[in-house]
Structure formats: structure tokens, C-alpha cells
Ligand binder design. Structure first.
Ligand SMILES: [Zn+2]
Length: 272
């Protein structure tokens, strides 16, 4: 078995299970007519197993799976799912990052699983007495982050834009300038009682999301100051207090420097 446990209920119509490897949270939202999964697991056989479990659990047809973003542990399970509509951001397959290509090669996946329906901004999904709002607020953790809001249950699936199992995960496709703005948009869709289901880790509350937003914004702001003072990227780790581990910062600082310096060049262009 690849599961760490069965689905457990976090709201009347919302259940969550956690898949290994990578401890990925997967949601199951069940209406009176149909049900939908949020994320699909790391590989096709896990996706097949997950869908079987969801179909036994739901008691109604599981007709849709929403892919929160283009990282393999949330997406590749779609390849093992049949008779289901996979919904993803329209750029899911565009310009795959190294992580995706490496993960596909590691399991011998020759073709990346394709979504059946895509969106650029927003899409609603009626399950029978329960409605999902699926939204893209711009680039953050990746270019294809989707949020799944279950308004009647006050639950929001946030993919890896929020992470409670450890530091957020930053990569070459992350957008540090956009990330806090995206979290602001998610917070604007929430209430004081909203529960946020991250891609990895425990369900969190609004305060946690505010704190993580501040930490990400602080990194970008501090790097802007360091660049302004002429502090090199190699010196940055010891030049300020950082909210994340040394290991995370070792990946994040070069990305932040590149982004801030690129933005600086753009700002200067009209002056030359
Ligand atoms: Zn991710």
C-alpha cells in the first residue's frame, strides 16, 4: 500500500488522505450527485489505487480530479485514472521544469498525463449541494497553482503555495514577487474560520497563512535591500536574519537575487 491511511473527514463533505512518498495531501469532496478529488498522487498506479479508494468512500461517481500544480507528486497519478475529468491550469504541460522531467524518467513515464479540461482564471464545479470554485491567482509556488475553494464548508485547498510540513518549496519556476500577492487573494477568499489544506502537512488556520505570507514577502524585501547595498548573493546568508532554514535559503537566495536583479534591470530600461 502506498497510503499512510484512509480518508478522514475535516468537514461534512470534505475528506483528506495523505499519500507516500512525499506525504501529499489529497482531498475528496463529495456531493449528492458526484464527487471530486483534489490532486492525484505521484504515479499512475498510485492514482489508480487512490481513485478506487475514493470511489468506495464516496458512494457517488467520482467524476473529476483537480490538479493543484505541475509537480509530479500532485499530478502523475492522473495517468492511472480512468473515466474521470482531470482539471488543471492551461499551462500544466507547458515548459516542464527539471523536477517533472526527472520524475517522469525515474518511473519510466513516457508521456506526461494530460488534463481533459483547463482553465486560465476560474471554473466552478457543482457536485450536488456542494460547489467547488477552482481559481488561479497568478504565479507563486509554480506558474500553474490552482486553489480549490469549498465555500459552504469553509475549506480551501492551497496546493504547495502554503506548506506546513516544513519550509515552503522554492524552485526556478517560483515567483517571489507574485507569491505574497497570490496569498493575499486567497486570504481575501477566506473567513476567520477557514481551514486551509496545504499540499504537505497539517491543515492550518488563517493566522498560519498570514505568517507564512509575511515570511515569503520578508525574503523578497530583504534581498531588495541587500542588492541595493551591494551585498553579493554569496554573502547574503550571514548578512540578515532569515525566516527559513539554511538549506532552504541556499536554494532560495540565488532565486531571489536573480528575480530582484531582473526586476531592477527592467526598471532602469526606460532611463537608458
Ligand atoms: Zn509543489
Amino acid at each position: 500500500m502506498t497510503f499512510t491511511g484512509a480518508f478522514h473527514r475535516i468537514a461534512p463533505h470534505v475528506q483528506v488522505t495523505t499519500l507516500e512518498p512525499h506525504a501529499v495531501n489529497v482531498g475528496l469532496v463529495v456531493g449528492s450527485k458526484r464527487a471530486a478529488l483534489i490532486d492525484a498522487g505521484s504515479n499512475p498506479s498510485q492514482g489508480r489505487e487512490l481513485l478506487d479508494l475514493a470511489r468506495r468512500e464516496a458512494g457517488v461517481p467520482v467524476t473529476h480530479v483537480v490538479v493543484t500544480h505541475a509537480h509530479h507528486d500532485h499530478w502523475f497519478g492522473v495517468g492511472g485514472m480512468t473515466d474521470i475529468v482531470a482539471i488543471a491550469h492551461e499551462d500544466l504541460l507547458a515548459d516542464p521544469e527539471e523536477e517533472v522531467a526527472d520524475a517522469a524518467a525515474a518511473i519510466g513515464l513516457e508521456e506526461l498525463p494530460e488534463p481533459n479540461e483547463t482553465l486560465s482564471l476560474v471554473k466552478g464545479l457543482e457536485l450536488g449541494g456542494v460547489r467547488l470554485e477552482i481559481l488561479h491567482f497568478g504565479p507563486a509556488h509554480t506558474r500553474t497553482d490552482l486553489f480549490v475553494i469549498v465555500p459552504d464548508e469553509d475549506v480551501i485547498f492551497v496546493g504547495d503555495v502554503i506548506e506546513s510540513a516544513g519550509d515552503p518549496c522554492f524552485s526556478a519556476v517560483s515567483n517571489l514577487d507574485g507569491w505574497p500577492k497570490v496569498i493575499d487573494a486567497v486570504l481575501g477568499s477566506s473567513t476567520e474560520a477557514t481551514r486551509f489544506v496545504p499540499g504537505h502537512g497539517d491543515v492550518v488556520d488563517r493566522d498560519f497563512v498570514f505568517r507564512q505570507r509575511a515570511q515569503i514577502a520578508m525574503v523578497r524585501g530583504t534581498v531588495e535591500q541587500l542588492v541595493g547595498r551591494g551585498v553579493a548573493c554569496e554573502e547574503a546568508l550571514g548578512a540578515a536574519q532569515w525566516p527559513f532554514s539554511e538549506q532552504t535559503m541556499a536554494t532560495l537566495l540565488p532565486l531571489a537575487y536573480r528575480e530582484v536583479q531582473a526586476a531592477g534591470v527592467r526598471r532602469r530600461l526606460p532611463l537608458v
